[in-house]
Design a protein around this ligand. Sequence first.
Ligand SMILES: [Zn+2]
Ligand SMILES: [Zn+2]
Length: 448
Amino acid sequence: MELGIQQQKSCLINILYRNTYPFLPLLQQIVFQQKIPVLAPGASAGYLQYNTMLLHKIRTKADEYYPEVQQIRHHIHANPELSFKEFETAAYVAARLEAIGITNISPIAETGIVALIEGRNPEKRCIALRADLDALPILEDNTANYCSKNEGVMHACGHDVHTSCLLGAAHILNDLRHEFEGTVKLIFQPGEEKHPGGASIMIAEGVLENPKPDAIFALHVFPHLPTGATGFRAGQYMASADEVYITIEGKGGHAALPHQTVDPIAIAALVITGLQQVVSRKSNPLIPSVLTFGKIAGGFATNVIPDKVEMLGTFRTMDETWRYEAHRWIREFTEQTCAAYGAKVTVEIPIGYPMLFNDPALTTKASSWAEAYVGSENVHELDMRMAAEDFSFYTLHVPGCFFRIGTNKDNKEFLAPVHNSRFDINEESMKTGMGMMAWCAVNALMEE
Ligand SMILES: [Zn+2]
Ligand SMILES: [Zn+2]
């Protein structure tokens, strides 16, 4: 079979690409000038296609819009708002989207925003990009000139960064909308840090309808990796998280007359010790699980047996079936232990965030797109984390990929962890953040 001239060029470039991967920037320059599409290493035609021209344009625009995105981040960082109170932040995001020239903007879930960027043939596919808007009740302990002006509230989880990067990606994608087919849905959600999670409310209000996304992406800051690096993990990535509230009601009395009382402190000790078996004996050793009690409160004196003890904890796991079996076991063990000692008990386990499952096929593709964008040496495989993230709600409905961008500087500065009063980022990392969001969107739109 004879190959046409374009096919021959594509084949040649593909062979070159596979053998000259370390020289990708030079190759991209050659290809860019010749305007020939390139296939990813190991990819078949029509699959994992990425357009080198678009990559070049996205990278150039990320550099160009970096000062604008930096200003946006300074504004949001200086004016943080707590979960479900992001009124000013949402209004600011809507104003920025309008300034970019995006017209299809709607409020949702009281303090959330959803917006659409329509490319050519907008009904072909839809890819959603999500950022979270809320800050934490932490007193900032940094000295940068963009520090929180709202005392006791701080963007210590980088949600200001996620929102700024998504606004940067929106600007890039809106500029390029005539160069891709399909629709990009921008989701700015409230309340990631607080139950029941802004994601679950937005989904209930229809954020995943009209149009329904074919895939969804989100990024999160990661101070354990340097600027320019990205991190991915296919499959199970973050745990489900459910709070456990136990209140044991006994019968108080004199410490010297325990036989006339029902001692809730002694019973609470038995309950906590026994519940350790939910992980050590009941859980499949191959399923990560953790049960931690972070608070126990009861009593007030050496010589008084109190009426009541309260215990607060969290149960986390990576398996949705075992999650609900564990709830049942925690409840039954606690109720039966308390009954055996004559105490009343209430056990409340409000359902929290599900396990975050990164769609394996989508995540594998996204990490190969990242290899093209930041170089394979800057793409890392992440470990599982027993922390939780409400992006998991979206992944129950739509294939999702939640990835990380490195935010420290040369592994020497900006090392404070998230949820810490000293957390901050090397802002250059936002070039990677906004570029990767735009790059993932255009690649995912090109998928069949
Ligand atoms: Zn957080
Ligand atoms: Zn977060």
